[in-house]
Design a protein around this ligand. Sequence first.
Ligand SMILES: [Zn+2]
Ligand SMILES: [Zn+2]
Ligand SMILES: [Zn+2]
Ligand SMILES: [Zn+2]
Ligand SMILES: [Zn+2]
Ligand SMILES: [Zn+2]
Ligand SMILES: [Zn+2]
Ligand SMILES: [Zn+2]
Length: 267
Amino acid sequence: MEGSANERLYFGKMGYGCKHYRRRCKIRAPCCNEVFDCRHCHNEATSMLSNPIDQHELVRSDVKQVICAVCDTEQPVARVCTNCGVNMGEYFCEVCKFFDDDIDKRQFHCDDCGICRVGGRENYFHCKKCGSCYAISLRDNHSCVENSMQHHCPICYEYLFDSLKDTIVMKCGHTMHCECYHEMMKRDKYCCPICSRSVIDMSIAWKRIDEEIEATVMPEDYRYKKVWILCNDCNDTTEVFFHIIGQKCSHCKSYNTRTIAPPVLPQ
Ligand SMILES: [Zn+2]
Ligand SMILES: [Zn+2]
Ligand SMILES: [Zn+2]
Ligand SMILES: [Zn+2]
Ligand SMILES: [Zn+2]
Ligand SMILES: [Zn+2]
Ligand SMILES: [Zn+2]
Ligand SMILES: [Zn+2]
């Protein structure tokens, strides 16, 4: 008997679910009392509703009832179906009311984030300042930005904190989706869309601009014109000679600068 009950736990594993998760249950949304495969299915469906007032997101921890996908029995959230004895999710988080049969994703619950993440607990650490889990390689190796992940991706506007897509932390500490970042690179944009700091080492590009400027003499009228610039990379303001191709920061040699009004001196 023991053996067969154990076997029952695995029945239907990986055989049920939606495009988001393999799992052997559906959830009853506490917000609209309807049944969905998962919270993403719920959010996708409600985001399509024509009346903006009806659009809402499911709060995962509020889910109280699940429906076993094998025997169709509705019941309070638990790992094993009380009626037919299957494991409704090989991975189960009691806090997030989250089920997933595909444990190759190496799910884990982060108490500080308050949500489940993928990729193996041992590969991540929780940065208290940034308020999110980051890859171990970023430990003591990133600029902290308070609540850096509690933002929408500056390119596609998806909320990053619980996004299923990979996220990148730029040199400035701001974050965005990896795929949006690579899309941005492809379009020859090399600065953070939030703070404008260069996201990669630009020294070769700056050298090329140096050469271009040397080869391009400005017309007499402009040759001695000076402007004030703010450097997007080091935040320094300096007064430099104006050039049509670009203004170089005298402090860090970056051309990632913008012209600003001259500082107002105290009278
Ligand atoms: Zn789904
Ligand atoms: Zn069942
Ligand atoms: Zn969780
Ligand atoms: Zn975390
Ligand atoms: Zn941090
Ligand atoms: Zn994005
Ligand atoms: Zn930035
Ligand atoms: Zn600079």
